[in-house]
Design a protein around this ligand. Structure first.
Ligand code: TYD
Ligand code: MG
Length: 451
């Protein structure tokens, strides 16, 4: 039995019994989304709530459920909140199913039972992956299902400690005529699962596929409907994966966890700086170690530059991987103007080693020094770390969290940090024994310190 559905314009709210390519009220294209009529009726007739005095609101202490992987607990703001819905988005093949099967393994070995629903793979396929991950937990239930009604039914009867739905795009409600993966369906699926989670105080992980462009047919429109949105990112050719928080109703959004994809699943990386520097060449021109901030933590990364005379006269190449292209152009123009190099006959390649992205202005000074080190063919002093923002007059400007950056450099055995002079006063109150801080206020001064 199918309930009546209507198509509602997401722009102006116009209702139509049929789908329209263009809303006949506001004239917008592709805005008509199918919704259940019953749901609309509820929304319209819902009795208005009554206000409660602020002082009368009871503080409830919420016991969080630890998920096993410490880094994931951190990202969630200290564990899973009962009844919360966590959306994990990422490109296909990045490791979302692997991560959640590992979480299922950890939780299922403890007190909670886990219901892992997959609309993508057969039970045998999931078991194959589970064997690789060493899953022998007793309380993990698998279900290969795409019908929302049957999933809700099973979860309602079983009342698992945690529910995993892999993925939101494959599940569909038989009450809508739209096909699985359409905006109507993913919204309906999320809505009903959200209600189930709140009613039973059952935490839910929802997996959502995202395309490279970030325009996720679906998950993007779900962000406001769930409690927590995590993004799982990485390059296919590299083994590390970064889990970031985009939204968290129960914690900070600055946390981040780094994992390595291995033969036996995802391994959390405890010391990311050491991980990203482990293949760093010694005494190579063009290589600079930069102290950047990822999430709320400092991270040391290597920026590499290669400047070589061009074969494309009049149109030399400019390539940067992992850095903001516009910022790099600005810095190159600055080096030409202020230091007096000419790049018109040079190809310039820049790369952040390990496939990381560094978008912080604090990496500016590192970029400038990497390029000049490559032109001069002189390496930077050994064991030096660099950070600082560079302004258009060639001045080096102070950045946030200087002490954390310096401490990270010291923890990894570096001896010197080249940093904005403006940051030095803040560092005086910190105990920074064992590392030398060289403050500079312009790129000219930085060059005399380094070369
Ligand atoms: P998967 O979790 O299926 O990705 P998603 O659910 O995001 O689409 O992971 C896919 C990749 O991970 C696949 O290419 C194989 C690799 N992998 C490992 O390298 N080691 C492992 O232990 C597992 C389970 C997967
Ligand atoms: Mg998957």
């Amino acid at each position: 039995m199918r309930k009546n559905t209507v198509f509602v314009c997401q722009n102006c709210g116009f209702h139509s019994p049929k789908w329209l390519g263009r809303c006949s009220q506001c004239g917008e294209w592709n805005t008509m989304v199918e919704e259940l009529e019953e749901q609309l009726a509820v929304e319209l007739s819902e009795t208005p709530g009554y206000p409660v005095l602020y002082q009368d609101i009871q503080e409830t202490y919420c016991q969080r459920i630890p998920v096993g992987i410490e880094q994931l607990n951190n990202v969630l703001g200290g564990g899973l909140v009962p009844g919360s819905v966590v959306l994990i988005g990422g490109e296909p093949g990045i490791g979302k199913s692997t991560l959640l099967l590992q979480v299922s393994k950890d939780l299922g070995s403890g007190d909670s039972s886990v219901l892992y629903v997959s609309g993508e793979e057969s039970l045998e396929q999931i078991k194959l992956r589970g064997d690789r991950l060493g899953l022998r937990a007793e309380k993990v239930y698998l279900m290969a299902e795409t019908s929302l009604e049957r999933i809700l039914n099973a979860a309602d009867r079983m009342k698992p400690g945690i529910l995993v739905v892999d993925s939101v795009q494959t599940v569909f409600s038989s009450q809508l005529t739209s096909s699985p993966g359409t905006i109507s369906q993913v919204r309906e699926v999320t809505n009903r699962i959200f209600r189930l989670a709140k009613q039973n105080q059952m935490p839910v992980f929802l997996i959502g596929h995202i395309t490279k462009e970030g325009s996720l047919a679906g998950p993007k429109s779900l962000e406001h409907m769930v409690d927590v949105v995590l993004l799982f990112e990485g390059e296919r050719d590299h083994h590390h994966r970064v889990l970031r928080v985009l939204k968290n109703r129960f914690g900070p959004v600055s946390e981040l966890a780094i994992f390595e994809m291995t033969q036996s699943g995802l391994q959390p990386i405890d010391n990311p700086s050491a991980f990203f520097l482990r293949e760093r060449p010694q005494n190579e021109p063009g290589s600079v170690v930069v102290a950047t901030i990822k999430g709320s933590r400092p991270l040391l990364v290597e920026i590499q530059a290669l400047v070589s005379s061009t074969l494309f006269t009049g149109n030399p190449r400019r390539m940067s991987i992992g850095l903001d292209h516009y910022r790099v152009s600005m810095l190159l123009a600055l080096v030409e103007k202020k230091i007096g190099y000419s790049f018109s006959g040079e190809d310039i390649y820049l790369n952040v080693a390990g496939g990381l992205e560094v978008e912080e202005p604090a990496a500016d000074l590192g970029v400038v020094l990497a390029v000049i080190s490559s032109i001069k063919n002189i390496p930077l002093p050994r064991e030096m770390v660099v950070f600082g923002e560079v302004g258009l007059s060639g001045e080096v400007r102070s950045v946030s969290q200087a002490a954390a950056r310096v401490k990270e450099a010291r923890a990894l055995g570096f001896e010197t940090v080249l940093l904005p002079a403006g940051n030095l006063p803040q560092l005086q109150s910190e105990n920074l024994k064992g590392i030398r801080c060289l403050g500079v206020d312009s790129i000219r001064k930085a060059l005399t310190q380094v070369f």
